[in-house]
Design a protein around this ligand. Structure first.
Ligand code: ZN
Ligand code: ZN
Length: 263
């Protein structure tokens, strides 16, 4: 059995395919799915999904750095209520910093950078207050993200950097603090030696896998729209990488992920 520790199923809900997507995941042995929120537009979608598929779906709510807009404050004000109702999220996420797509104008870039940091800081405070796991998105902003988590006082044992794209030194920096990295199908890509080295440097104890679908299909399915069922390919690849059987990787990542999210 596998658990996809980070996926986005909202497009499948909108297209009416989600039931089939979940059924295909089950068939591939990907029995549990963690839906990561990105803004107020998907939080209710995932809550509904968790209600409809309580055996297989859990979810997180958070405002993604790439989705921070004018209404960020209104969106953040809605976050705490999810953690006091029924069918609660298992984490805050995905939240963090993303400096990959920044405007050329230096002033505008600085404005966005500041806003992202403020929004991240607020959500880290919520995670700390409620003692929740945090799913972190850090793109081209690794050092600043680590620094902000250090400052927040959030328990590093509850922090996962999803879709890890840094190197072994970076993963050690997380592991030293108690944090961890989770890996997508990008680990199978030809030019991803740094990611493979990072996975090996972290080892099995904290290993977690994800699809981040509908993006980032693993190598053999590259170019296709990704979905949770495809995580089996990633698990098989990672088993080879670690010199273990797929069953061993399944057991370890399943246990690690359930323990991390407290599910
Ligand atoms: Zn992300
Ligand atoms: Zn994501």
């Amino acid at each position: 059995m596998l658990i996809d520790s980070h996926c986005h199923l909202d497009t499948f809900v909108k297209s009416g395919e989600v039931r089939d997507v979940i059924a295909r995941a089950q068939l591939a042995g990907v029995t549990r799915l963690v839906c990561a929120g990105t803004d107020a537009g998907d939080w209710d979608v995932y809550r509904e999904l968790a209600l409809t598929f309580p055996e297989s779906v859990v979810y997180a709510v958070g405002l993604h750095p790439g989705n921070v807009g004018e209404d960020w404050e209104a969106q953040l004000s809605r976050l705490p209520q999810y953690f006091s109702g029924d069918t609660r999220p298992v984490a805050v996420g995905e939240v963090g910093l993303d400096e990959h797509y920044m405007p050329k104008d230096a002033q505008e870039a600085e404005r966005i950078r500041r806003l992202q940091r403020l929004v991240f800081e607020r959500q880290l405070a919520l995670a700390k207050e409620k003692d929740l796991p945090v799913i972190v998105h850090a793109r081209d902003a690794f050092a600043a993200t680590v620094e902000m988590i250090d400052r927040s006082g959030v328990d590093w044992n509850k922090v996962v950097f999803h879709c890890f794209a840094e190197d072994a030194a970076a993963v050690r920096l997380l592991n030293e603090r108690g944090g961890r990295a989770s890996f997508t199908g990008t680990i199978t890509y030809k030019n991803a030696d740094n990611v493979r080295e990072a996975a090996l440097a972290q080892g099995l104890d904290r290993l977690m896998l994800e699809t981040d679908c509908p993006y980032l299909a693993p190598c053999k399915l590259r170019g296709k729209r990704n979905e949770p069922a495809f995580m089996r390919k990633t698990a098989e690849y990672v088993a080879d990488l670690f010199g273990l059987t797929t069953e061993e990787i399944e057991a370890r990542t399943y246990a690690n992920t359930c323990e991390f999210f407290g599910i």
